[in-house]
Design a protein around this ligand. Structure first.
Ligand code: SF4
Length: 343
C-alpha cells in the first residue's frame, strides 16, 4: 500500500502554502485553520497570518484583538482563542512529544499526531474523517462502530511509512480530498483500488453508511442598528463560548409569542438600558452556524436619549464607515450588505 500511495502522492500532491517553509508552528496554524474549514477558504487566511506572524515568537507577542481581527470570517472562533492561549503556554520551543502537545488548548489527538508526523517525523497517523473514510472503504466496513473504528486505526497505523510518516499522512489527506471523497469516489484513478474492498463491491460511497443529516434548530432573532448623531452603537461579546471577542449590533432572541418589534425594544433595553421606539424594519437575513441557524430581523432605531446608556458589555459609538476595523461575526457582514443597499 505504502509504495503505491506515496508514488501517487509525489506525482499529484497539492501545492499548498503550508507545505513550503515548514515548521511545527506553521503546521500547527494550518491544521487549526483547516478544522471544519475548506482548504480554499483557509489559503488566504493562512498567507495573511504567516505574513504577520511568521514565527511562534512573533505570534506570542501579538495582542488578542489583532489576532481575532485576522481570524474574522473564518468561523469557529474558539480555535483562535485556543491558539492564542496555547502560544502563551509554550515556554521555549514547540513541543515535540504527544504528552506535551495534547495538553495545549485546542490540540486534540488528530492535530497532535499530524504535527508530530509531519514536523518531527514521528511514526504517528493523524486520523480525521477523510482518513477514516478511506480506511472504512479499503477494509469494506459499512457500519460505524467502536470496534470498526479500532480496526481502521490499526490498519492505517500498521501501514504507516516509517521513513516518511509526514508524507504518508499527507498522501492520505490528498487522497481523501481529491479522489476518495464522501459523496464521489474516483476509483479508477486511485492507487489503492487493488486492495480496496468497497471498490471491489462497486459501491464505495456507501462505505461507511452515510449518517442521515441532522436538522439544526433555527432561532428567530431581532437586531437593531441604533443610530445617534450619525454614529451607531456596537457592543463586544465577551466571556461567551460562541463568537467571543467579536463586535455586533445589539439584539437577541425573539421570545415565544413576542413580535420582532417587541423583542428588539426589550433586547435593547436589557442589553444597553436604552429606550427605543418605532424601530424601522430594514430586512431579513438567515445565517447558519455549525449547530444552529439564525433568522434575523434587522431594524434601525433611534434612542430617545443616550444618557441612560449602561451596558454590561464593552461598547462604542462609531461611524458606520469605520465598522470594518472591528472583528464581526459573519452574519453581521450580511447586515452590512443590507445597510449598504439602503444608503
Ligand atoms: S478505490 Fe475508490 S473507494 Fe477505494 S480508496 Fe480508492 S477512491 Fe476510495
Amino acid at each position: 500500500m505504502q509504495n503505491e500511495l506515496l508514488n501517487w502522492f509525489y506525482l499529484n500532491k497539492r501545492n499548498l502554502p503550508w507545505r513550503h517553509g515548514r515548521s511545527p508552528y506553521r503546521i500547527w496554524v494550518s491544521e487549526i485553520m483547516l478544522q471544519q474549514t475548506q482548504v480554499k477558504t483557509v489559503i488566504p487566511y493562512y498567507k495573511k497570518w504567516i505574513k504577520k506572524y511568521p514565527t511562534l515568537n512573533s505570534f506570542k507577542e501579538s495582542k488578542f484583538d489583532d489576532v481575532i481581527k485576522m481570524w474574522e470570517g473564518l468561523g469557529y472562533y474558539s480555535r483562535c482563542k485556543n491558539m492564542f492561549n496555547a502560544a502563551k503556554l509554550i515556554k521555549s520551543s514547540f513541543p515535540n512529544n504527544y504528552d506535551d502537545l495534547i495538553k495545549l488548548p485546542g490540540i486534540g489527538d488528530y492535530t497532535a499526531k499530524t504535527i508530530l508526523a509531519i514536523a518531527f517525523k514521528k511514526n504517528l497517523v493523524g486520523i480525521d474523517t477523510n482518513l477514516e473514510r478511506i480506511g472504512y472503504r479499503i477494509l469494506g466496513l459499512k457500519t460505524k462502530t467502536k470496534r470498526n473504528q479500532k480496526r481502521v486505526i490499526r490498519f492505517l497505523e500498521e501501514n504507516q511509512c516509517t521513513k516518511n510518516p509526514g508524507d504518508y499522512n499527507e498522501a492520505l489527506m490528498d487522497l481523501g480530498s481529491s479522489l476518495c471523497k464522501a459523496s464521489i469516489a474516483h476509483c479508477n484513478e486511485c492507487p489503492l483500488k487493488n486492495i480496496c474492498k468497497a471498490y471491489a463491491r462497486s459501491s464505495p460511497t456507501t462505505y461507511p453508511t452515510p449518517k442521515a443529516s441532522k436538522k439544526i434548530p433555527i432561532y428567530d432573532v431581532a437586531i437593531s442598528v441604533i443610530e445617534y448623531q450619525n454614529k451607531v452603537l456596537i457592543t463586544k461579546r465577551q466571556n461567551t463560548k460562541f463568537l467571543s471577542g467579536l463586535w455586533e449590533f445589539p439584539g437577541g432572541k425573539i421570545e415565544k409569542n413576542e413580535t420582532a418589534v417587541d423583542a428588539i425594544i426589550r433586547e435593547v433595553k436589557e442589553e444597553t438600558n436604552l429606550t427605543i421606539s418605532n424601530p424601522v424594519f430594514l430586512g431579513n437575513i438567515t445565517h447558519k452556524y455549525s449547530h444552529f441557524g439564525v433568522n434575523i430581523s434587522l431594524f434601525k432605531s433611534f434612542p430617545k436619549s443616550i444618557k441612560t446608556l449602561n451596558s454590561y458589555r464593552e461598547h462604542r459609538w462609531i461611524k458606520l464607515k469605520d465598522i470594518l476595523n472591528f472583528p464581526l461575526p459573519k452574519a453581521n457582514h450580511k447586515m452590512l450588505d443590507i445597510l449598504k443597499k439602503l444608503n
